[in-house]
Design a protein around this ligand. Structure first.
Ligand SMILES: [Zn+2]
Length: 468
C-alpha cells in the first residue's frame, strides 16, 4: 500500500530561487505542452513524448528526466479531466460549462507541484532523528545537501522503505517534498474480543463503546474564532485580505487534520491493544444525519469527517485491525441494554434515558455500544459470503435498490428529510471513503458484501423477501 510522507525543505534564499525557477520552468513547459496536445488532439503519454520531447528540452531548458515528468504530469492531468467529463462532473454533454471545459487546454499554475523521481532527486537521511538532506535537479544545476526536516514517523518511514516519486510543493512560502512510500501490509487479525464501536459527532468528535469521549470543544472553539475573523476579512475585499483568508483556511484545515490524526491514532491503538476490530457508522451521509442548529453548521465540514474515516481506515490497515462499517440507522435512539427504540429515549444532546428499562447513560456512549454490537453482526456477514447472494436476491426480488429507496417515505426516519437534502457532490466526497473501506475487506478475499439494512426497516415492503 502507498503512503505519502511529507517533509519540509529548508533552502537558503539562493536555493529557494533555484527551486522556484525550476517549478516555473516545469509548469510553463507543462502549459505549453498542454496547448500542443489540445490543439493536436494527442492525449497519450507515449505519443506526446514522441512528438514534443526534444522541443520541450530545448525550449524550456529541462533535462531528460524532468522533461519526461512534465509530459507525464500533463498527460495525467488530461486523463483526470477526461474521467471527470465522463463522470458528468462538468455537466451533461453539450452543456455550457462542459463545452467551456472541453474547449480550453489545461493550464498549470506557475507554482503547481512537480513530480521528481530517483534520477533527479536523491535522499540522504540521518541515521537517527528527523533530519537529512536531498540532492535535487534544478534548472540552474543540481542542488546538493539541501537540508530537510520531517516528523519522526515520516522520516523513519523514508529511512526504511523504498521511496517512489516525490512531488515538489511550494505553499505559503514553505517548500515541501511529498514522498510516496510503499509500505508493507499487515495481515488482518481476527477480532477475537469483538468490536470497539465508534460514534462520530460534533460535540464529541468521537465516542467509543468503552466510554472514551474525544471532545470537539477545542476544535469547535477554534473554528468559531476562525469564522469570526474570516467574516471580518471577507468584508474587506482587498487582495491582501484574500491572501490572508487563504492562509487561514489552510491553517484551519491543518488543525482539524491534527485532531483527526490524534483521534484515529488513539482509537486504533486501543482496538489493537485489546484484540478488537473497529466498527464505525457508514460514512456516506454523516453530514446529513447530524442535525444541527444553525450556528453549529459552520463548524461541520464534510471533509473533516471523511478524513477521520480515511485516517481510521489506513491506520487500522497498517496495524492489521479490522474495520467494518455499519448501518447507523436508529443507533442514537436505541437502548443498548433492552433494544427499545424510541426517539424520546434521547432526552438531550448528552443524555440517553430508556423509556422501557430505565437505563440512563451518555447518549453518544449508548450509540457507540449499539455500533459495536452491529460491528459483530456485520463481521459475521462478511465472513459468511454465501449469505450475500441470498440478501442480494431478496433486494432484486422487489425492485432495483434505487427504486426501493425512493419508495421508502422520505420522513420514515427523523433523519430521512435531512438525508434527502444532502447534495450529490457531498455524497460523492463521502463515497471515496466508504469504497476504500469496503475494498479493504474484499481485497482480503473474505467476500464483498454490501448489506445496507441488515434489520428489516418498518417501511421496507414485507413481501420483498417472500417474493425472492
Ligand atoms: Zn432499555
Amino acid at each position: 500500500m502507498k503512503r505519502t510522507a511529507p517533509v519540509r525543505l529548508l533552502p537558503t534564499p539562493e536555493q529557494a530561487v533555484a527551486l522556484r525557477s525550476t517549478l516555473h520552468a516545469c509548469n510553463v513547459a507543462g502549459s505549453w505542452l498542454s496547448r500542443q496536445m489540445h490543439a493536436n488532439h494527442v492525449f497519450g503519454k507515449h505519443e506526446a513524448q514522441k512528438r514534443w520531447y526534444s522541443e520541450i528540452k530545448a525550449r524550456f531548458g529541462l533535462s531528460a528526466q524532468p522533461a519526461i515528468r512534465v509530459i507525464g504530469k500533463t498527460a495525467d492531468a488530461y486523463a483526470t479531466l477526461r474521467a471527470n467529463l465522463r463522470a458528468g462532473n462538468y455537466g451533461p454533454p453539450g452543456s455550457e460549462r462542459r463545452r467551456a471545459v472541453e474547449a480550453a487546454p489545461i493550464v498549470f499554475r506557475a507554482e503547481a507541484a512537480q513530480p521528481f523521481d530517483a534520477r533527479c532527486l536523491s535522499w540522504q537521511l540521518d541515521e537517527r532523528g528527523r533530519g537529512g538532506t536531498v540532492s535535487i535537479w534544478t534548472t540552474t544545476g543540481r542542488l546538493k545537501g539541501l537540508p530537510l526536516v520531517g516528523g519522526d514517523a515520516q522520516v523513519a518511514l523514508l529511512r526504511t522503505r523504498p521511496i517512489g516519486e516525490s512531488d515538489l510543493v511550494h505553499r505559503d512560502g514553505v517548500w515541501l517534498l511529498h514522498a510516496v512510500v510503499d509500505i508493507a501490509e499487515m495481515p488482518l487479525r481476527e477480532p477475537v474480543n469483538g468490536f470497539l464501536g465508534v460514534d462520530l459527532g460534533i460535540v464529541n468528535v468521537a465516542t467509543t463503546s468503552d466510554g472514551d469521549r474525544m471532545s470537539g470543544s477545542r476544535l469547535n472553539r477554534y473554528r468559531k474564532r476562525q469564522l469570526q475573523q474570516r467574516k471580518r476579512l471577507q468584508a474587506k475585499k482587498t487582495s491582501s485580505a484574500r491572501r490572508l483568508l487563504k492562509k487561514r483556511r489552510r491553517k484551519e484545515a491543518r488543525f482539524a487534520t491534527d485532531v483527526n490524526h490524534q483521534v484515529s491514532k488513539n482509537i486504533v491503538a486501543e482496538a489493537e491493544r485489546t484484540g478488537r476490530g473497529i466498527a464505525v457508522e457508514e460514512l456516506t451521509g454523516i453530514r446529513a444525519r447530524v442535525r444541527l442548529r444553525k450556528p453549529q453548521r459552520a463548524t461541520l465540514h464534510s471533509w473533516a469527517f471523511a478524513q477521520l474515516g480515511q485516517f481510521l481506515s489506513y491506520k487500522a490497515q497498517r496495524a492489521g485491525v479490522v474495520v467494518v462499517q455499519v448501518d447507523p440507522a436508529y443507533t442514537s435512539q436505541t437502548c443498548h441494554v433492552c433494544g427499545h427504540v424510541d426517539k424520546r429515549n434521547r432526552r438531550s444532546q448528552a443524555v440517553f434515558h430508556c423509556g422501557r428499562c430505565d437505563f440512563v447513560g451518555h447518549a453518544d456512549h449508548n450509540a457507540a455500544l449499539n455500533i459495536a454490537t452491529r460491528g459483530v453482526q456485520r463481521w459475521g456477514e462478511v465472513k459468511r459470503p454465501h449469505a450475500a447472494p441470498i440478501l442480494a436476491a431478496s433486494q432484486d426480488g422487489s425492485s432495483k435498490p434505487t427504486n426501493r429507496r425512493q419508495r421508502r417515505p422520505a420522513n420514515s426516519s427523523p433523519q430521512g428529510r435531512a438525508h434527502d437534502a444532502v447534495s450529490k457532490s457531498r455524497a460523492a466526497a463521502w463515497a471515496g471513503c466508504s469504497t476504500a473501506a469496503s475494498l479493504f475487506i474484499s481485497e482480503r478475499g473474505v467476500g464483498e458484501v454490501k448489506i445496507r439494512r441488515p434489520t428489516a426497516s418498518p417501511a421496507q415492503p414485507a413481501s420483498s423477501a417472500a417474493r425472492a
